[in-house]
Design a protein around this ligand. Sequence first.
Ligand SMILES: Nc1ncnc2c1ncn2[C@@H]1O[C@H](COP(=O)(O)OP(=O)(O)OP(=O)(O)O)[C@@H](O)[C@H]1O
Length: 336
Amino acid sequence: MTKSPNPSEFAIASPAPDADTGPLAIEARDLVKRFDGTIAVDGVDISVPAGTIFGILGPNGAGKTTTLRMLLGIIDPDSGTRRVLGSDNPHAIAHRIGYLPEERGLYPAMKAVDAIAFVGALRGLPRDEGRRRGRELLEEYGFGHIADRQIRQMSKGQAQTVQLLATLVHKPDLIVLDEPFSGLDAISQGRLEKLIRGLAIDGTTVIFSTHVLSHAERLCERIAIIAGGKVPFHGLVSTARDRLPPQVHLETRNVDGPWRAALPPEAEPQLRSTGGALFDFSLTGEVEPLLTALIEGGAGIQALSIERAGLHDAFVAIAGEAAARALEQDAEGVAR
Ligand SMILES: Nc1ncnc2c1ncn2[C@@H]1O[C@H](COP(=O)(O)OP(=O)(O)OP(=O)(O)O)[C@@H](O)[C@H]1O
């Protein structure tokens, strides 16, 4: 069944930073959390439009889990405000939220359908309904054959999928996933991306944390980059990518001519053994004048590509080299 976010369910306390978002499923302002005097989250803002997929990106220890826990009401912020599904009290809307915690674990002796029904019951779903829906979900996602298998008899990936499906069983309006891709092989990761996309198409809001940028790049319209408890960027992925100029790769038949004046001074030609030249440079101005100069100036274009910066380069530009290196190390740790 397709759900569409009902604007009346999301009373917005204050205007969103980007006014074009529509109703917000999550609105957090200036969240701060200290543990034993050490600051874990230092003034985090997050706005998640209803029915969208939102990624919180950052290395280990950046403050992702602490932020998600504050949104869910598992812990309270020392200061700042949070409004989730139109409520200032996360506990009052717990039945409308599904949560996959970073610590995985279901009762090993339980069968998959019972484990799903158990998690659903914690969110107010009657057990029988949970078992029926659990079986349906397992079938739908290609795991019907393990419906009556005990958790202890499953692979790690299977058990994690069961736990993930358990977060959906009560048909929540908001799903919160803490590092959902970690521990899954490439095929299961692809399946999970598809599942998350399907949830958003059906009107569910999804927020997930990750230190693997490619998942966020493929899935999210909006992200928050978090490093050292602070959020140096929060908004559209495309805006983050536009922080850097697009990269031009140009192959020409000729090496010199009046057209060279349209290229930036740092665009040095690499001469090709077969004649002609290659140029790689950042596009700082408009594309059209460059194209006109190349064509009318007789460059003899053999190949030309203009690519926007990827999220990884944007992350480096926004969060700095150190945070990007930490992110890469975390990702390698997961792959091992
Ligand atoms: N209960 C706690 N007591 C003390 N320190 C904590 C507690 N929870 C988190 N921290 C600290 O707060 C900081 C942020 O941790 P958090 O778990 O939010 O980061 P994260 O980005 O989710 O990283 P990871 O992916 O490794 O969980 C870290 O320095 C962590 O050690």
